[in-house]
Design a binder for this molecule. Structure first.
Ligand SMILES: Nc1nc2c(ncn2[C@@H]2O[C@H](COP(=O)(O)OP(=O)(O)OP(=O)(O)O)[C@@H](O)[C@H]2O)c(=O)[nH]1
Length: 369
């Protein structure tokens, strides 16, 4: 079996610093040979001194990287890149798709997952969201798309530190932490960030170390079950270290809920939980990630979805830090957190109660939505 080509979706609001970051990565040998897919070369703002050769739709860079503009639709461009790679006309190790400022990464992920030619050859490595350190707060206040980009991210890259002071940075970081506790923001000064912070984020690899899967999930490390329902409050909701910012009404649209379950989950309970969440609330789900221990299966698997599109689950070869519990994180838009919590609590139900008997906390195990 050949390795799939990792694909990074680079997103972020207009002017946040995506191109600046990309240009730095294209200079960086540690990034490997990157094929960058952009809408238009003009928009891409590539460093001209890096360009070695420019053909109609592909620019070769001195670093061995490639920049490729989308002709027609994205899938056609990715198929064409693949064909040229197979014919040895182009060499690249990974693809970065720079989405335009407002693009929603969901449909791009969908294309990667379902396209007959693309799905067997490419895999989502991660969604990297660039946030302007100076303007990020007001952008998040005014643009719901920016909130969604933050909520979906596997990694947040913060820019323009030189235009901020310590209070601005603290407040922004605290807000990002609440919106997406797992994305572990990193600062990039004029785009400079270690390649390892933006690439290799994906957990959907057979060879991923179990501990790396834990980092990818950013699951709360060792929180005991909180309360009768067993639902662990997201860390950020309770322990953001610098809770000095005022309440942001717009952020109420984004809710994060997580759960940690010590005992193996019956497969039918897990299926019912996931199917019902997707069937009823699919469009409002931004991200789901989990490491799951199913009954009668000796090792965990990791799974994740961007909106309602799921990558095939990947088995791990061992338990992260020897811990055999399941951990699941759901980030959603326009679903109140108590509803997400109640739905996660379905995972604690014995399978027999799935349809008729009252469940935990005296609730029926019908879905709470
Ligand atoms: N002061 C400062 N400026 C930065 C930094 N990073 C990026 N910029 C500037 O911010 C502006 C926008 O950066 P781009 O990289 O073009 O942003 P973008 O997200 O690609 O922009 P669009 O393609 O319009 O969405 C440019 O003038 C960059 O030079 C930084 O760390 N500090």
């Amino acid at each position: 079996m050949h390795d799939k080509i990792p694909v990074t979706l680079l997103t972020g609001f207009l002017g946040a610093g995506k191109t600046t970051l990309l240009n730095r990565l294209l200079h960086d040998p540690a990034a490997g040979r990157v094929a960058v897919v952009v809408n238009e070369f003009g928009e891409a703002g590539l460093d001209h001194d890096l360009i070695e050769d420019a053909a109609e739709d592909v620019v070769l860079m001195q670093s061995g990287c490639i920049c490729c503009s989308i002709r027609g639709d994205l899938s056609r461009t990715l198929v064409s890149l693949l064909a040229r790679r197979v014919r040895d006309e182009l060499q690249f190790d990974r693809v970065v798709i720079e989405t335009t400022g407002l693009a929603d990464p969901g449909p791009i992920h969908h294309t990667l997952m379902v396209d007959r030619v693309l799905a067997p050859n490419y895999t989502l490595d991660g969604i990297v969201t660039v946030v302007d350190g100076a303007l990020g707060m007001s952008t998040l206040d005014r643009h719901a798309e920016a909130l969604a980009q933050v909520a979906m991210a596997d990694r947040i890259v913060l820019t323009k530190r030189d235009l901020t002071d310590a209070t601005m940075r603290r407040n922004l970081q605290a807000r990002l932490e609440r919106l997406n506790p797992g994305a572990q923001p990193v600062w990039a000064d004029m785009g400079a960030v270690p390649a390892a912070n933006v690439f290799g984020l994906g957990a959907m690899r057979q060879d991923i170390a179990a501990d790396d899967a834990l980092a990818w999930l950013a699951a709360p490390a060792a929180d005991p079950l909180a309360g009768l329902s067993g639902i662990a409050l997201p860390e950020a909701a309770t322990s953001a270290p610098f809770e000095t910012v005022s309440h942001h009404a717009s952020d109420d649209r984004i809710a994060t809920a997580s759960i940690r379950i010590e005992t193996p989950i019956p497969a039918e309970v897990f299926d019912f939980w996931l199917d019902s969440l997707i069937a009823i609330k699919g469009p409002d789900i931004l991200r789901i990630k989990g490491i799951v221990h199913l009954e009668d299966i000796p090792y965990p698997f990791v799974f994740h979805g961007v909106q309602h599109i799921f990558a095939p689950p990947t088995p791990l070869k061992s338990w992260p830090k020897g811990d055999t519990s399941s951990r699941i994180v759901v980030i959603a838009r326009d679903i109140p957190k108590p509803e997400l919590d109640r739905h996660l609590a379905l995972l604690l139900s014995p399978p027999a109660e799935k349809t008729e008997a009252p469940g935990m906390m005296g609730q029926s195990l019908e879905t709470p939505f």
